[in-house]
Design a protein around this ligand. Sequence first.
Ligand SMILES: *Cc1c(COP(=O)(O)O)cnc(C)c1O
Length: 405
Amino acid sequence: MRDETRAIVAGRRPQDNHGVVNPPVYHASTILSPSYAALKASRHVRSGDGVTYGVHGTPGSFAFEEAVAALEGGSITGCRTRLCQSGLTAVTAPLLCYLATGDHMLMVDSVYGPTRAFCDGMLRRLGIETEYYDPLIGGDIARLIRPNTRVVYTESPGSWTFEIQDIPAIIDAVRAAETGRGKIWTMIDNTWASPLYFKPFDFGLDVSIQAATKYIAGHSDLVLGTVTATPEAYPLLQKGWREMGLCAGPDDVYLAMRGLRTIAARLPRHMQTGLTLARWLQSRAEVADVLHPGLPLDPSHALWKRDFLGASGLFGFVLKPEFSNDAQLSALLDHLELYGMGYSWGGFESLLIPVNPPALRTATRWPRSGRPAGQVMRLHAGLEAAEDLIADLEAGFARMRKATG
Ligand SMILES: *Cc1c(COP(=O)(O)O)cnc(C)c1O
């Protein structure tokens, strides 16, 4: 079955609910048992496997977990998904599930900023060491693996800078290092690609994270996280989930399921508009560099083409230094009609914000030597017409040229 179809049918059992197409919203804490025998039996139901208590899941959340696992799991059967209340929790909770005091973790240097803050704050306080590595490290990661390395964390492409990691080379190095010393859990923050455009488990990763807030929800109206794990990785995840009491609100889960049903219709459009805008930006005199792995001249293009099934609508570009002062940025940003200035992304609407990648680097320099410097911008291509988005940017660039410092 293809993903377009799977996104429509996965997790759907209308005949369980009077034929209603979408699983209803169950507002539930207490679940009543019909008999003492059933109450006794429910004690042995593993959370995630049956309706026993609101925290542990309802038919609505189980249906959504099943759908995400089917889409993100790809060709690997038996992957399972758990939900939590934000994308950031979907990052932090599995780290707590797989790491213990005294462990060492390898973390990509281009990681989402709040993930770095969690490693440098909470994990350090718990005695877990995080070592940042170059997103372009590939198989050389082997020389960073220590006897106490327990997690290798990836995010591809990198937040703000959009380098694609060589996941197959990293997985090969990790699996070789495991011989004789036990499991190293490999994780990916797969939010950029969504469950459609990168299949983590086909590449041998153990755990995949989605900020469902972004493309799965797709409408800028909820925050939600999903963590999907292989059959081997799931028991530790599930144990931690139960211990921490993680869960997600039923209304948000309902909306996320609605979003998921149309994701395969939305993503190709985000991709096409993103590529159209990226190519247009490449042709502009105000722009020094465009950071989009889907562009043939991008340094990450070959890896993207080899491993990804598409590109989402989020990418970056670098303004020339002579167009990077605050007055010029205000002139550009303050009067845009279609682009919002705000965090998050993956909704139906376009966004544009300045970002500062060097502030989040500790193991590598950015920009890399030989690459242009200047103000970095992050653009989310929404579902508007590309022509209108280009016209809005063109007018913004004209205002920017008139502004002086
Ligand atoms: C937004 C985002 C998150 C966090 O998601 P929230 O729902 O905002 O907490 C995690 N990882 C990446 C790559 C993101 O872009």
